[in-house]
Design a protein around this ligand. Structure first.
Ligand code: AP5
Length: 226
């Protein structure tokens, strides 16, 4: 199965984009491109980019578009993106979306497929407050919905589980506000371009996966690839 396009998972913090992107990337053998993960890696390495992004992320605000676009363009130029990729947490502003459209056209990908996750604010806050992530392989757990077998330890590789510093309730509230202000308008942008699908992200992980599979099948029937 090949994707042959960019798939964009759009949704607020805690909507389940990362969880589903990991599954889809495995199924289609394409890279999972999370701009949040790229920025967190830069922060942990203490690079120039990391030093710039850290305080912005800790306030729950968005990192400037030019920095994000440079990072994404570099990543997209790698060979492993030749048969498509899954974007998680990108684009997040109209200028990012417009620039991505230009890049995809230059690379012969054409229109992306965009799936918007809809989840209520209470569910988002609950999910984010229970999230723990493996410091080694990045596996995500949730103490309420999907706890690890041994508290604090990753089932897959034994890595230590950590909570993200931007998952504190006051920062999550700012991230949700930033989403409403700057990212939500993208749904309208992509609806006007005829490439928007929506999924009920409030159901269980497997149910959301099934709904995404249906959306991808429909797109395959329509556009002839995937
Ligand atoms: P980023 O890392 O992208 O965070 P986010 O978009 O806020 O999304 P999250 O990672 O919080 O949630 P998710 O939807 O992936 O949910 P998950 O699957 O983990 O961005 C962080 C920061 O970086 C931003 O605030 C910004 O500063 C900066 N940044 C990043 N990209 C940028 C850009 N393009 N432009 C500018 N700045 C940028 O699930 C959450 C929890 O719920 C987990 O515990 C999971 O196990 C659980 N869960 C998932 N699905 C379900 C389900 N269906 N049912 C029950 N539990 C579930």
């Amino acid at each position: 199965m090949s994707l042959n396009r960019a798939l964009i998972l759009l949704g607020p913090p805690g909507a389940g984009k990362g969880t589903q992107a990991k599954r889809l990337a495995e199924r289609y053998h394409v890279p999972h491109l999370s701009t949040g993960d790229m920025l967190r890696e830069a922060v942990s390495q203490g690079s120039g980019l990391g030093k710039l992004a850290k305080p912005i992320m800790e306030r729950g605000e968005l990192v400037p578009d030019d920095i994000i676009m440079r990072m994404v363009e570099e990543r997209l130029a790698r060979k492993d993106c030749a048969e498509g990729c899954i974007f998680d947490g990108f684009p997040r502003t109209i200028p990012q979306a417009e620039q991505l459209d230009r890049i995809l056209e230059q690379r012969g990908f054409g229109n992306p497929l965009v799936v918007e996750f809809r989840v209520s604010p209470d569910t988002l806050l609950h999910r984010v407050s229970g999230r723990w992530t493996c410091s080694v392989g990045g596996e995500t757990y949730n103490i309420y919905e999907r706890p690890p077998k041994v508290p604090g330890i990753c089932d897959k590789d034994g890595g230590k589980l950590l909570q993200r510093s931007d998952d504190r309730p006051e920062v999550v509230r700012e991230r949700l506000a930033a989403y409403d202000r700057q990212t939500k308008p993208l749904a309208e942008y992509y609806r006007e371009n005829g490439v928007l699908e929506t999924v009920d992200g409030s159901t269980g992980v497997d149910e959301v996966s099934r709904a995404l599979t249906e959306i991808l099948k429909r797109a395959e029937g329509r556009d002839g690839h995937l």
